[in-house]
Design a protein around this ligand. Sequence first.
Ligand SMILES: Nc1nc2c(ncn2[C@@H]2O[C@H](COP(=O)(O)OP(=O)(O)OP(=O)(O)O)[C@@H](O)[C@H]2O)c(=O)[nH]1
Ligand SMILES: [Mg+2]
Length: 347
Amino acid sequence: MLRDLTPALDLLDLAIASSDGLASEADRKTAAVLAAAARRRQNYFSGAVIVAIAGGTGSGKSSLLNALAGREVASVSALRPHTDEPLAWIPAGDDAISAMVAALGVNAVVEYDDGNGLAIIDLPDLDSVEHDHRSLVEVTLPLVDAVIWMFDPVKYHDPSIHDEFLAVVTEYEPVFIFVLNKIDLLDEAGSDAVEAHLSDVLKMDGFHDPEVLAVAVAPPDGEPIGIEMLMASLERTLVDKRADRVKLVADILRAGRRLAGDANVWIGTPDDAHDQIRDAAGEADRLSHVLDRLEIGGPLRAEIVSSDDDAGAIDKELRRRAELAAVVAALGVVCAEISHHDRRQQL
Ligand SMILES: Nc1nc2c(ncn2[C@@H]2O[C@H](COP(=O)(O)OP(=O)(O)OP(=O)(O)O)[C@@H](O)[C@H]2O)c(=O)[nH]1
Ligand SMILES: [Mg+2]
């Protein structure tokens, strides 16, 4: 499991608030834009790799969920359609993913304590007309790290799935994994032919380089085929997510430190700063010298100079400066901890 990023973003928000009047407005704005953009990427917050499984009825979506989970999570049946509600299998205690599945309106949620860091959403089939499954797919896509599209050898070219669902979301190709299931029902030549044809159909949908993984997730007799390939593909998703997050965490920390840098809080504020400033108040040259020595510049300096001999105002400014220093120091610790932990994760 990757670390939750919420504490880092909360601290950055706090640093932005604490630096009002201390740091440059341009840097505060840059930090705020970064924080808001990061919060919109909700999948970043979850420690899990979030995978949705989509496809036609009977293609084997629920069977795949069970295979990846290594246990019977979803009910599987030869009766079609079977899963009529989305089902989520998620790590317990990951608040971000719980909130996300709730926002998606997923009511059937199974939590696990001992899994592999995957969060899987088994979407209902895409061919039922009575449900508005298309809107569910559309809201899900931006929130997940990967989508596995399941096909079976009989209905893999079903135009309703290609035209209505796939052709309109080709911009998500980087996070799509196309899977041809039930290859145990085909001989090798048949499997190669269907794989190649499915790849052509996907190109006609508008995908550039659709790779198809051929698997049998739950053959009635014999062992599953190709699950390791699928896991390897999800592992690459984790590697990408980790790399994105490493950059984001570095950006968050840099944005926070810049605010602290603007206010020169790194050098710390000596305990007698208040006395030094008050002693010099009213004497412009001396005050200026004291502020230089304390490395107090920018808006804070202007504030103190214009506050004249107002002890309350000076205290307030010094306290705010100390707060900003503390928040950014905490941000440094949290970011280091997240990066350290994330670098070591694998599925
Ligand atoms: N031969 C074969 N049958 C499979 C394989 N995987 C799943 N099945 C069977 O296909 C049928 C449908 O599987 P499900 O996992 O319920 O399919 P689903 O996509 O969840 O279907 P809906 O919930 O209706 O959307 C079941 O009878 C499974 O046992 C496979 O690799 N080979
Ligand atoms: Mg199902």
